[in-house]
Design a protein around this ligand. Structure first.
Ligand SMILES: [Mg+2]
Length: 163
């Protein structure tokens, strides 16, 4: 079975970045709790791509700090890879040219072309008790194994959060 591609947003999904300048950027990055484990687990079963709407130099700096050996992410898309649709910035995943895609983002409205291919997560602003990545892991593993659909995983995720 071909691997699915997991498309991950950066800001407020994997990390929270407070005020910074070029030099202090990496000191201002807070990783969502469980991030290293999450990326490691996901990289066993998915091809992982980062798709951020932010500028390339900012994104690439953070990505290389998360993945210094380059084993986790297979591609990185940034602001210049986004498109505009009716005055709104969007991430068009068709340009990735992959069959099976799952996106994880705190903003679902960025995916008008692939609305059902992903899971919207609550935005991360640095809460040390955030447990979203741990909650996503078993669902995404089941999706990767073809045991449930992305839509199903998204429903289960929302339901578990509203309990
Ligand atoms: Mg975001």
């Amino acid at each position: 079975m071909a691997r699915s591609t997991l498309v991950l947003d950066l800001d407020q999904t994997l990390v929270s970045v407070v005020d910074h300048d070029e030099e202090t950027l990496l000191q201002c990055v807070t990783k969502r709790p469980g991030l290293d484990r999450f990326l490691k687990d996901m990289s066993q079963v998915y091809e992982i791509v980062v798709f951020s709407a932010s500028g390339a130099s900012y994104v690439k700096k953070i990505v290389s700090s998360l993945d210094p050996t380059g084993e986790i992410f297979s591609a990185v898309f940034t602001g210049s890879d986004t498109d505009w649709l009716s005055g709104q910035r969007v991430k068009d995943l068709r340009k990735l040219n992959r069959d099976k895609i799952v996106w994880i983002d705190d903003n679902a409205s960025l995916y008008p072309y692939n609305p059902k291919n992903g899971i919207q997560v609550p935005p991360f602003h640095g809460d040390p008790n955030d447990s979203i990545l741990g909650a996503l892991t078993p669902l995404l593993l089941e999706v990767a194994l073809g045991q449930i659909s992305v839509e199903n995983a998204s429903e289960l995720f929302v339901r578990a959060r509203n309990k």
